[in-house]
Design a protein around this ligand. Structure first.
Ligand code: NDP
Length: 295
């Protein structure tokens, strides 16, 4: 279907995601408009992918507006700047790992302008974004999703998980689980390192055994033991997600002591190691706590 799409936020995730939108609209006869706070990134995107760099007001021409910003606070900022300029019938798809309470507030604010809001965070990392194979977990009206689903050109899987805010809740819990397995595996390896065990051999065993996880199989060997820590997903963003998961636990009146602890651990790691470091660098705090290096 020929549509005008817009993408706001051309960061590590947004740049390749918007690239897939531009390829999709080139094939279907539509347009992809891109906006970024630092405009040079949008101009580079236009040259690289054939999208069209626009000023913020220009995105109001789109039928579907995608956002992928650090937190719901930055989404609030662009929403406020576009207040009164959006056309009824537009859909706003927020791919930020945002906060469920913000989603409910933003959804009702946009409904007043005739705009449908979907919280649609993604998983799969920068590799999934480059490959166009992201998993999208969507909260909001199922009919609104059905109307725009064919525009999700960056997705390998799209799952409707419930009403407004449910997508952000699922994303937060997923990332809290990432934080738990990353941290716990780091603790185990630090204990083994102090005991003189070879960590490459230990990881080889864990990855063929019941203690394995995405962190053990795809992160720790490649990023920590190599000492490379390539920055693809910021530690500050993971700490933010763990904080949202803790809010989800509190709002639900649930009992989840491990998830509550991992928020504190990620915040401590982000403070000590730095929020811009890759999330796997959280294990540098475990190294400091144990006086050993994971290598
Ligand atoms: P980046 O830090 O790479 O990019 C952030 C983007 O947001 C940039 O385009 C930046 O613009 C823009 N931005 C920052 N502050 C503002 C502001 N105040 N107003 C407008 N725009 C702003 O982040 P990621 O792409 O890594 O993450 C984006 C979202 O996706 C986050 O919610 C994250 O948790 C989530 N996510 C990230 C994954 C990853 O592997 N990186 C995986 C899955 C989800 P500028 O260029 O001007 O700095």
């Amino acid at each position: 279907m020929s549509r005008t799409l817009a993408f706001l936020g051309l960061g590590a995730m947004g740049r390749p995601m918007a690239g897939h939108l531009a390829r999709y609209t080139a094939e279907t006869g539509g347009r992809t408009l891109v906006w970024n706070r630092t405009p040079e990134r949008a101009e580079t995107h236009a040259r690289e992918f054939g999208s069209e760099a626009v000023g913020l007001a220009g995105v109001a021409a789109a039928d579907v507006i995608f956002t992928c910003l650090p937190t719901s606070a930055e989404v609030d900022g662009v929403l406020a700047a576009l207040e009164g300029q959006l056309r009824p019938g537009t859909a706003w798809v927020d791919c930020t790992s945002g906060h469920p309470e913000a989603a409910r507030r933003q959804s009702s604010r946009l409904a007043g302008q005739g705009v449908a809001f979907l919280d649609a965070p993604v998983s799969g990392g920068t590799a999934g974004a480059e490959a166009g194979k992201l998993t999208v977990m969507v909260g909001g009206d199922a009919g609104a999703l059905a109307a725009v689903r064919d525009s999700f050109a960056f997705a390998g899987k799209v799952v409707h998980v419930g009403g407004t805010g449910a997508g952000f809740s699922v994303k937060a819990v997923n990332n809290a689980l990432l934080a738990v397995t990353l941290w716990a595996t780091g603790e185990g390896l630090a204990a083994l390192a102090r005991g003189g065990v070879n960590l490459g051999a230990a990881l080889e065993v864990i990855n063929a055994s019941s203690g394995r996880s995405n962190a053990s199989q795809n992160l720790i060997g490649q990023r920590v033991l190599t000492r490379e820590f390539p920055a693809t997903f910021g530690l500050g963003l993971l700490a933010k997600d763990a904080g949202i998961a803790a809010d989800v636990v509190r709002t639900a009146g649930a009992s989840a002591p491990v998830l509550m602890s991992v928020e504190a651990l990620m915040r401590a790691a982000a403070t000590v190691v730095g929020p811009e470091a890759d999330h796997t660098a959280a294990l540098r705090l475990i190294e400091q706590m144990n006086g050993t290096e994971l290598r």
